[in-house]
Design a binder for this molecule. Structure first.
Ligand code: TYM
Length: 359
């Protein structure tokens, strides 16, 4: 049974986490309605090399969350344009990222997987979000401050307003839970603030989302500069483990990872960021606790060897599946996913426009 609800009713149903068959009307091609399942939404940029931080902080959790949630995953190609790109670069990255997401286990039969630019409501709601976020709020975003400070020359307006598009991504799907790494915490808090402000200005319209940040692996640090997070946009090839790195490359990078001189293995991210990062990587790959793991080691060498071996074992199945995925299959998956996403996003966009009072 599909229950067709009016805008306000559909909002209320979504907020109470799907106690009815469906919170928005869906056609036959929409994913099967999943009663009582929270809606999960997250996104990743199709730029640079997908690295271990993306995988441990987000992607492998996305795959797990498909079991008990109504999951929607988005390749945020419009966000990637906030830093200058060559023609075609984003498209190639989008196809590559779709293959990566399929390889980590995102299953298009259980989740919606799509590219942001194919669902125009993201850009449309992004504008409305800009009108309810303040200049001061956006100026406080640390990612904007870091990224703009690292650039010499052109800094796009889009880099500044980026978090408002991110809020639109999330709010368009009546999202309950957003699984992300720790670096997205501030953007998520802003999304919540924007939803609350919109609701209080125009009446209840958006579900206010919660973030889900993993206990271990939420902030994987650069192996050469362990005070900085591992990042797609920072050029640190020896500090970054790419998802496609060979076992030899992983061994070499872990062996050369910066530690410190006192030789003590202890989990203390502030005082010993390099060693703690290795412990955290080993913990993330083995399911153990980083502080407990520290007790098994009295030297850095064995810790590094075990960490490299655990990471190689963790990435091997993903690499194997990736090699078997065809570009065209990935593109077809995105096209099909965009149709399903649009069917969910369109009624929410209409709800927002009606709430504001637009013709
Ligand atoms: P992006 O593309 O930079 O990263 C994708 C995901 O990977 C996580 N991540 C990390 N986790 C642990 N350690 C690290 N070193 C590390 N580096 C990255 C990120 O936290 C993220 O979860 N703004 C987002 C994309 C986005 C989005 C959204 C996310 C756009 N719209 C809506 C959630 C919901 C970004 O640039 O992620």
């Amino acid at each position: 049974m599909v229950v067709i609800l009016n805008d306000r009713e559909s909002f209320r149903a979504a907020r109470t986490i799907r106690t009815m068959t469906s919170s928005v009307s869906r056609s036959a091609t929409a994913p099967d309605p999943k009663p009582n399942r929270p809606r999960v939404f997250s996104g990743i940029q199709p730029s640079g090399t997908t690295h271990l931080g993306n995988y441990l902080g987000a992607l492998r959790i996305w795959a797990k969350l498909q079991d008990d949630n109504d999951a929607i995953y988005c390749i945020v190609d419009l966000h990637a344009l906030t830093l200058p790109k060559e023609p075609g670069e984003v498209l190639a990255g989008t196809v590559g990222m779709a293959k990566m997401l399929l390889a980590v286990g995102i299953d298009p039969d259980r989740s919606v997987l799509f590219a942001q630019s194919q669902v125009h409501e993201h850009a449309e709601l992004g504008w409305l979000m800009q009108t309810v976020a303040s200049y001061g709020e956006l100026s406080r975003m640390t990612q904007f401050k870091d990224k703009s400070a690292r650039r010499t020359g052109f800094v796009s307006v889009g880099l500044f307003t980026y978090p408002t598009l991110q809020a639109a991504d999330i709010l368009l799907y009546d999202t309950n839970v957003v699984p992300v790494g720790d670096d997205q915490r501030q953007h998520l808090e802003l999304s919540r603030d924007i939803a609350i402000r919109f609701n209080s200005r125009y009446g209840e319209t958006f579900v206010v989302p919660e973030h889900r940040i993993p206990a271990v692996g939420a902030r994987v640090m650069d192996l050469q500069h362990p005070q900085n997070k591992m990042s797609k946009s920072v050029d640190s090839p020896q500090g970054t483990i790419g998802m496609l790195d060979t076992p030899k490359e992983i061994e070499k990078k872990i062996k050369r990872a910066v530690t410190d001189n006192d030789g003590e293995v202890r989990y203390d991210p502030k005082a010993k960021p390099g060693v703690s990062n290795l412990l955290e990587l080993l913990a993330a790959a083995t399911g153990a606790n980083p502080a407990d793991l520290a007790e098994n080691y009295s030297q850095y060498g064995p810790l590094k060897a075990d960490t490299a071996a655990a990471l190689i074992a963790e990435l091997a199945p993903v690499q194997k599946r990736l090699a078997e995925i065809d570009d065209q299959d990935a593109i077809n998956t995105l096209h099909a996913g965009a149709k399903k996403a649009a069917e969910i996003a369109a009624p929410v966009m209409t709800r927002a426009k009606k709430a504001v009072g637009l013709l």
